[in-house]
Design a binder for this molecule. Structure first.
Ligand code: NAP
Length: 461
């Protein structure tokens, strides 16, 4: 590689206080925002532009020159230009030889081009050292200083020293560089800002589907049935009663769905007698979005708490209470306290309160700021042991609420059971299978398999 004087200078670590000049190609939104931030951090900045006329938007402490002149003034050149205009760099190849070119570009679609923009840049200017960085930071965040949410800057490149120089700049700007390896990682880094809640898709679509299903289910059972058979208009149930049936049902089902894949994985490993065979794709994907499933479940549980809090002030509930008091007064009798019912009602509420408390605790420990501060064993203890305890409490809460109505024919309208009965199916399956898996005859081989033991080793010594 031809090492001219400016290239040698570029790779010498900066030990003095004075920062090295940084060149930015392009005076667009991103170039200007980054230039502004670099100047604030003490870097002399020179812009390379098609027009040497200084726009009022360009930071006034920066120089604006032609691309060739600007490139000669710095060892690092940030290319703040869209990929489709990169071909103007080909005639500059000689000036750019040995320089560090920072590719900050993004695309409009995931995998829009066969190769990443950074690799394309490296092909166009083969003598330069290309580093991918800054593409996940927005011009707006740089300019407004609201970088709290996105302090991490993914950096990748084939030349270690060039990458180190860019990471030093990232640190000087008050951001955190994350080394992602060679330029092969650039495609993934470029796809990152284009992803739309990848881990949330399944939990959100599943909960939307289940919400729609249970809404119509409850509408048929609680509103249409009463209208057809009793000529009563309970359409106002749509506002609070039906949502307050759907929310606990979904909270419990989704919480059980957080633990179901773990149980299925254990059965699969026991059956195969090894952990070295991949799970089916659907199970892998399901396992990866368990945290999101749990958080959606927590959202439904919180809504259930809010809906429950307003029950005493509902007009329908106040009417029902006063009707019952009036009917007792007219008959001149007082209903005796049913202690069995009082016990059931208090236990149901106590289980619900404890279950919700642990549910919130689980949600808090899944926050990165908290989970980063506990070790692996502590995290597993909270998410597994406390998680199962939450599932047990919430399932018991539902069972105590209506377990004694299971055999009552009035619970079945048009042969449809109450929605909470359906919500118990998955949690009960998960808890029963988990209980069976705890038996030593299954737990011991499973633990050995997870430590690497194989029933039929494929590679014998
Ligand atoms: P922009 O506002 O459109 O500016 C691009 C600049 O490129 C123009 O101001 C122009 O500068 C130069 N340019 C345009 N056509 C050219 C051509 N044919 N030949 C040479 N230079 C040309 O775009 P931007 O928002 O600043 O984005 C620049 C790059 O940063 C893009 O690759 C983008 O993906 C990336 N990025 C942007 C953001 C953001 O928030 N905007 C965030 C992360 C990454 P001159 O007139 O000075 O020549």
């Amino acid at each position: 590689m031809n090492k001219n004087s400016s290239n040698v200078m570029a790779l010498v670590p900066n030990t003095s206080k004075k920062r090295e000049t940084v060149c930015i190609f392009g005076t667009g939104d991103f170039g200007r925002a980054l230039g502004h931030k670099l100047i604030q951090s003490g870097y002399p900045v020179v812009f390379g532009s098609r027009s040497a006329q200084i726009s009022s938007l360009v930071p006034k402490d920066a120089e604006v020159l032609s691309h060739t002149e600007a490139a000669q003034k710095a060892a690092i050149i940030i290319i703040a230009i869209q990929r489709q205009h990169y071909n103007f760099l080909t005639p500059l190849a000689e000036v750019l030889r040995g320089k560090v070119l920072v590719d900050v570009s993004n695309n409009l679609k995931i995998n829009q081009y066969p190769e990443s923009n950074a690799e394309y840049l490296a092909q166009l200017v083969p003598g330069a050292k290309v580093v991918k960085a800054f593409n996940t930071v927005s011009a707006w965040a740089l300019q407004s200083g609201t970088l709290d949410a996105s302090r991490q800057v993914f950096v990748c490149g084939d030349d270690m020293e060039a990458k180190q120089m860019v990471m030093d700049i990232v640190r000087a700007l008050g951001l955190t560089p994350l080394d992602q390896g060679s330029l092969l990682a650039a495609q993934e880094i470029e796809n990152y800002p284009l992803q739309l809640f990848p881990m949330w898709k399944f939990p959100i679509f599943l909960s939307l589907g289940l919400t729609a299903f249970f809404f119509f289910y409850c509408l048929i059972r609680d509103v249409i049935y009463s209208y057809v058979y009793e000529k009563k208009d309970f359409s106002f149930f749509i506002a609070i009663s039906i949502p307050n049936r759907i929310c606990p049902v979904l909270a419990l089902m989704l919480l059980a769905l957080v633990y179901l894949p773990g149980v299925l994985a254990a059965i699969l490993q026991l059956y195969r007698g090894t952990k070295y065979r991949r799970f089916p794709d659907w199970l892998d994907k399901w396992m990866l979005c368990r945290k999101q499933l749990g958080l959606v479940a927590l959202a439904f549980a919180s809504l259930h708490v809010l809906y429950t809090l307003v029950i005493p002030i509902r007009s329908f509930v106040r009417w029902r209470t006063s009707s019952s008091i009036l009917s007792q007064a007219m008959k001149n009798e007082t209903q005796p306290l049913n202690t069995t019912y009082a016990w059931l009602s208090d236990s149901y509420l106590a289980l619900g309160i404890l279950g919700f408390f642990l549910f919130v605790l689980l949600g808090i420990t899944s926050l990165p700021s908290v989970s980063n501060n506990v070790n692996w064993r502590e995290f597993r203890f909270v998410q597994s042991k406390l998680g199962y305890l939450t599932l047990i409490l919430c399932t018991a809460h539902t069972l105590v609420y209506g377990g004694n109505w299971f055999l009552s024919p009035s619970s079945y309208r048009w042969y449809l059971p109450n929605a909470y009965m359906l919500s118990l199916i998955i949690p009960c399956i998960v808890l029963v299978v988990k209980f069976v898996l705890v038996f030593p005859c299954l737990d011991k081989p499973l633990t050995r398999i997870r430590q690497g033991w194989e029933r039929n080793p494929r590679y014998s010594e």
